[in-house]
Design a protein around this ligand. Structure first.
Ligand code: PLP
Length: 404
């Protein structure tokens, strides 16, 4: 087969993507994806093409990105351990700081032991792969994150989806499943594109009745929900527990990496069966240092969490009053649902002209017709920043015909 012939099946797909990009982004002012923003220190602002713009779609929920203490900890880790890790964790890649971070993660999240992965994505793929294989059944919420779906698909287990945040539907799915094998139910604690919270008590009750393990992904819950940012169990006042808790070090914690917490024997097991842990280089020293310092700050400064919780509730009330659809959001993640992909793109582009970045999320990341701007209120946003953003959201929506 000659080279052009070998590309024959891919060319229409590549052309379709090119066409879609041209349809949405016909000039640089309409670029809303893969944009190289420069952070403006420890502020919620970014620099782009000489302009200072207010970022309203970042992950830094507790306002620590660029914090001088976190930056100093990352630099100190580089000074002591260098820029890379000379291997995977099982061989030459483990440094004392990895173990210190794992102790801190376990302590912060109220479990005996923890492991850190090189990303949250790797953590999900590794954990699910260690838990399930052919002959097992995995039950996924319809809106579970892609890393959960991918991890589940790789296991060779039977996969079943249940309706979003619907324990009754999960109950029916569990009742209908083949008996035998491990039954694993996986949910996001906070859904990253909707900002709603998994109904943990009801899910726990259903799982217990059917002998299923319950795993939660705390990526957008750590530092966001619970009185001190400890996630979904704290949010439900520790009345129920998840069997397996995983999360990331890349959202509220401004680093990279993923984590899992549990008993020491369980962590010893995961260490030997999670393939991304075994076969991918260890988390780099700077990331470990930054994550460790951020968790210590979060522990000492819970007011960062309560501030973002209070301000996101205020933000949500105001934008709802103004006529926006924020779906079932009840956290710092607030979607502004605008309908078509084109609407979302037009709206984001108009917002940028008003000095605010609100990034569009379009299909297939969300169902067609439910395109949105994914807004996140963080501890870095002052009340004045949030009020400035609200004015921009409303005026750009009027200008683009989304609000009258
Ligand atoms: C719910 C959820 N889980 C896992 C991940 C992956 O985390 P990371 O970006 O650290 O790989 C994300 C990232 O967006 C996420 O939203």
């Amino acid at each position: 087969m000659n080279a052009p012939e070998a590309w024959r099946h891919l060319e229409p797909k590549i052309e379709a993507v090119g066409q879609r990009i041209r349809q949405l982004e016909w000039d640089s002012s309409r670029r809303n994806n893969f944009v190289p923003y420069t952070a403006d220190g420890n502020t919620p602002y970014v620099m782009l093409d000489g302009e200072r713009l207010l970022m309203m779609s970042g992950y830094g929920y507790i306002g620590l990105n660029g914090d001088t203490r976190v930056v100093a900890a990352a630099k100190a880790a580089i000074d002591e351990y260098g820029t890379g890790t000379p291997g995977v964790r099982a061989l030459a890649g483990t440094i004392p700081l990895h173990e210190e971070l794992e102790e801190e993660v376990a302590h912060f999240l109220g479990r005996e032991s923890a492991l850190v992965f090189s990303s949250g994505y790797a953590g999900n793929v590794g954990t699910i792969g260690a838990l399930c294989g052919p002959g097992d059944t995995i039950f996924l919420d319809k809106l579970d994150h892609a890393s959960i779906v991918d991890g589940a698909q790789l296991t060779g287990a039977t996969l079943t989806r249940f309706r979003h945040n619907d324990p009754g539907h999960l109950d029916r799915r569990l009742a209908a499943a083949e008996p035998g094998g491990t039954r694993l139910v996986i949910v996001d604690s906070v859904y990253s594109m909707d900002g709603d919270i998994a109904p943990l008590p009801e899910l726990r009750e259903v799982c217990d009745r059917h002998g299923a393990l319950l795993m939660v992904d705390e990526a957008h819950a750590l530092g966001v929900i619970g009185a001190t940012g400890r996630g979904i169990e704290e949010h439900f006042e520790y009345k129920v527990r998840a069997d397996i808790k995983v999360g990331t070090l890349s959202k509220a914690v401004p680093a990279n990496g993923g984590w899992i917490v549990g008993s020491k024997p369980f962590m010893d097991y995961v260490k030997r069966f999670a393939r991304p842990f075994l076969f991918s280089a260890a988390l780099a020293p700077a990331q470990v240092g930054a994550a460790l310092e951020s968790l210590r700050i979060l522990d000492r400064e819970p007011e960062r969490v309560t501030y973002a919780q209070r301000e996101s509730a205020r933000f949500r009330d105001i934008v709802k009053q103004a006529g926006f659809n924020t779906a079932d959001s009840e956290t710092a993640v607030v979607p502004l649902i605008v309908g078509s992909d084109q609407n979302a793109w037009d709206y984001a582009s108009a917002l940028r002209k008003a000095g605010v970045i609100g990034l569009p999320v379009i299909s297939p990341a969300v169902p067609p017709g439910l395109a949105r701007l994914r807004i996140a209120i963080t501890a870095a946003h002052s009340r004045a920043d949030i009020d400035f953003a609200i004015d921009a959201f409303v005026s750009a929506a009027r200008q683009t015909g989304l609000l009258s």
